[in-house]
Structures are given as structure tokens and as C-alpha cells.
Write a protein that binds this ligand. Structure first.
Ligand SMILES: NC(=O)N[C@@H](CC(=O)O)C(=O)O
Ligand SMILES: [Zn+2]
Ligand SMILES: [Zn+2]
Length: 428
């Protein structure tokens, strides 16, 4: 196994030092470290961050291998600086049994680009009527700790309560896609003046906020853990802040696209901007960034949602919801959070590595870069700018909303347990 001696690297943006990755671990740190036979990387100007952890990725396998496979999705993840991703359960078949989650987990191991932690469905077939075999998925080789019907909301309050109660036995968490279904029938974009003008059915903020408020109360009532997926409104940030002030065990995520993009883009009628929950107003984006800065929003999660062109290259109303996210997430966090001074690199390590690993109960990832820790590390160059070129993506899909946009930063290398998955910006 190749050892890597990374010279003059700024760990979390600190003073330059040397970093030796050997035998799968961080072997030593300090100026002037030397190692015979190690491959030397001159990392002058580069930052080292702990390998990123995504709590919300759609890999589409099994069932929609035309959109993404575990292999292609984890290649995209590695290129984005991720060493672990949680794969959502809305596959075909749905990941609602020990058999399916073990299959996804094994495919991740075989591909070897990034550790894959399957998310188990909360209800059978995501149908929202009957609890899935949560215990069997938790006890399986995949050791599932995160359960979600993402794509759909667990809207039945009794089922949500039972799920929250059930996962307490193995320290699991319910990750809710907060969308009141009756308030969002036929919804196409954020509800506001613009949806009226464009003649597209609106998705009101209250449909998200009402479910989040209810679920915070339920989680507190049964003493369980709730995680809120893709928080998109200022009101949702306020509700999560309130729940945390009560000491309740509630965590929340924001997605890069909600930090950067706004609902005005829907005026193009280009379905590349169609996503669930929808792009919201500039004021919502500002509240999300402030919430992420002060810790109300615990993490950034990509909600990487690949769709083949036939599901996106059509009229707005017929198009699928979702956008790619893995390869651009770190750049967008730099653009929206680091460059404006809202978060430093230590903060990025927390929101994109430590905290998501903690919520997902993943112990091998999300560890500070210190001697003896697993060598899950990303080297990032914050000083360059690049134009997003969809054809360069490792994803099998092309639905990035950032095509042609100039973004800061570039992932130079990613190491998974000391093995380079990306070097010189290229997949290994
Ligand atoms: N975010 C999306 O717009 N789409 C996701 C589902 C989801 O995250 O709710 C998908 O699976 O395509
Ligand atoms: Zn969702
Ligand atoms: Zn999702």
C-alpha cells in the first residue's frame, strides 16, 4: 500500500505542516516528517479537511441504473471530496428490507471509491402505511441507523410516532422529508408572487414548516432523535432553533442549492431548476446561511438526485424533481459560507464531516485529522476558480444547475483509509 507524505498542507486552513498517511491511518503530523518510499505530494496552498460525509445522496441502484449506479455515484462523491455517503432508500425495489440494504452496502464496498451507508425506508415501499422491518435493517451487515422515506413524507402522525419510538432501541434516527401532502398537491415551485405570475402551482412554506413543528413535538414527546432533511425556508430555521432551545434531539440539514440559488430561476421554465423542496426566496437563503453559521442547521447535505435527460429535458410540469450535488458541494459552501466570512474551514469540517458522521452514527468517518485516525482526508485548493462542465461529471446523469457557472475551489485529492481515490483532481 502506497504511503503519502503530504508536504506544506494547511490542516483546516491552519499553519502549513506535513502529513504522513501510512497503512490506512494518519501516521504522523509535523514539519519535517520524513518517510522512506512514500509518495510525496507538494500541497503548498492546499487545505486538508477530514473526508466529507454526505447524509443525503441518491445512488439509484437498484432499479434506475440508467440514472446512477453505486459505482458512478461514489465516483462523483470521491471527486467532490467525500469518503462516506448515505444512500437514500427510494430505489426500485425500495430499500425496506435487510436484503436490499445489504446489497447496496456490498456494492459500495466492491466499488471502493467511498463508503456507502444505506438509509432504510421507514415504511414498506415508501407507501406510508406500514412500518418497514427497521430492526432487521439495523441488525444487518449494513448496520442501518438512518431511516427515511425521502422523496415522500411520513405524513401519518401515528406512524411517525411509532417509527421514532422504534429506532430508540438501536440509537437510530428518522430523517424526515417534511412535506404536508395535501398542501402540496400538484406543486411545482415555491408558492409566492412569482408562482402566480408564471402560472405554476405553488409549494407553500407552511407545508414544510407544519411537518417540522409536528415532528419536533413528536420527537420530544417520545424522547427520540429526529433529523430534518433539506430545510428550505426561514420559518423552518426558526422552528429548528426553537426545538434546540428546548434541548430536544433535533438536527437539520441544508443543501448547497438552497444556499446559493433562488426561485427567480424558475422564470426560465428550465426544469434543471426544479427540485423538491423548491428553490425559495433570497430571504430564505439568507436565513439558511445564518442558521448554518450559528449551528441551528447542523450540516450541509447534497441531496444529489440524478435524473436521466428524458426525465429533465421536457416541459417544467412533466420534469422530475432533483439536481446533482456531490461534485460541486464544497465549492458552493466556499462561495456561500467561507468566502463571505460566515464559516471558517474548521466550521466546514464540522458541517460537512464531523456532524453528519455523528448524526449517522458512523465512527470511521468524521474524525479530526490527528495521529492514529483513519486516513480519510481531502486536499482542496480554495484559490482557483473553475467553470462547471457537465460532461466532466462522473455521474451518469447531467442535471447540474451550475453548468457554465464559475465556482471557487477544486478538490485535488481524496484519500479513503489512506488509498487515493482522487489524485490531481482525477479519479484513480
Ligand atoms: N430532491 C428531489 O427533488 N428529488 C429527490 C427526492 C427527495 O430528495 O425528496 C429524488 O429522489 O429525485
Ligand atoms: Zn426529500
Ligand atoms: Zn433526497
Amino acid at each position: 500500500m502506497t504511503a503519502y507524505l503530504i508536504k506544506n498542507v494547511a490542516i483546516l486552513g491552519g499553519a502549513p505542516t506535513d502529513l504522513l498517511l501510512e497503512d490506512g491511518v494518519v501516521a504522523s503530523i509535523g514539519a519535517g516528517v520524513s518517510a522512506d518510499g512514500a509518495e510525496v505530494i507538494d500541497a503548498t496552498g492546499l487545505i486538508a479537511l477530514p473526508g466529507l460525509v454526505d447524509l443525503h445522496t441518491h445512488l439509484r441502484e437498484p432499479g434506475r441504473e440508467d440514472a446512477e449506479t453505486v459505482e458512478s455515484g461514489t465516483q462523483a462523491a470521491a471527486l467532490g471530496g467525500f469518503t462516506a455517503v448515505h444512500a437514500m432508500a427510494n430505489t426500485e425495489p425500495v430499500a425496506d428490507t435487510a436484503g436490499v440494504v445489504e446489497q447496496v452496502w456490498r456494492l459500495g464496498r466492491e466499488a471502493g471509491y467511498c463508503d456507502v451507508y444505506p438509509v432504510g425506508a421507514v415504511t414498506v415501499g415508501l407507501a406510508g402505511t406500514q412500518l418497514a422491518e427497521l430492526g432487521a435493517m439495523a441488525d444487518s451487515a449494513a448496520r442501518v441507523r438512518v431511516f427515511s422515506d425521502d422523496g415522500k413524507c411520513v405524513s401519518d402522525a401515528v406512524l411517525m410516532r411509532r417509527a421514532l419510538e422504534y429506532v430508540k432501541a438501536f440509537d437510530g434516527v428518522i430523517a424526515q422529508h417534511a412535506q404536508e401532502p395535501r398542501l402540496t398537491e400538484g406543486a411545482q415551485m415555491n408558492e409566492g408572487d412569482l408562482s402566480g405570475r408564471l402560472g405554476l402551482a405553488g409549494w407553500p412554506a407552511v407545508a414544510e414548516e407544519a411537518i417540522i413543528a409536528r415532528d419536533c413535538l413528536l420527537a420530544a414527546h417520545v424522547g427520540s432523535r429526529l433529523h430534518v432533511c433539506h430545510v428550505s425556508t426561514a420559518g423552518s430555521v426558526e422552528i429548528v432553533r426553537w426545538a434546540k432551545s428546548k434541548g430536544w434531539n433535533v438536527t437539520a440539514e441544508a443543501c448547497p442549492h438552497h444556499l446559493l440559488l433562488t426561485d427567480e430561476l424558475a422564470a426560465s421554465y428550465n426544469p434543471i431548476y426544479k427540485v423538491n423542496p423548491p428553490l425559495r426566496t433570497a430571504a430564505d437563503g439568507e436565513a439558511l446561511r445564518a442558521g448554518l453559521a450559528d449551528g441551528t442547521i447542523d450540516i450541509v447535505a447534497t441531496d444529489h438526485a440524478p435524473h436521466p435527460h428524458e426525465d429533465k429535458d421536457c416541459e417544467w410540469a412533466a420534469a422530475a424533481f432533483g439536481m446533482l450535488g456531490l461534485e460541486t458541494a464544497l465549492s458552493i459552501v466556499q462561495e456561500t459560507m467561507v468566502d463571505p466570512g460566515l464559516l471558517d474551514w474548521a466550521g466546514v469540517a464540522d458541517r460537512m464531516s464531523y456532524a453528519p458522521a455523528r448524526i449517522g452514527r458512523v465512527s470511521d468517518h468524521g474524525r479530526p485529522i490527528e495521529q492514529g485516525a483513519p486516513a480519510n482526508v481531502v486536499l482542496y485548493d480554495p484559490s482557483v476558480r473553475r467553470t462547471v462542465e457537465p460532461s466532466e461529471s462522473a455521474s451518469l446523469s447531467r442535471n447540474t444547475p451550475y453548468a457554465g457557472m464559475e465556482l471557487p475551489g477544486r478538490v485535488v485529492a481524496t484519500f479513503l483509509r489512506g488509498t487515493a481515490t482522487v489524485l490531481d483532481g482525477k479519479l484513480q
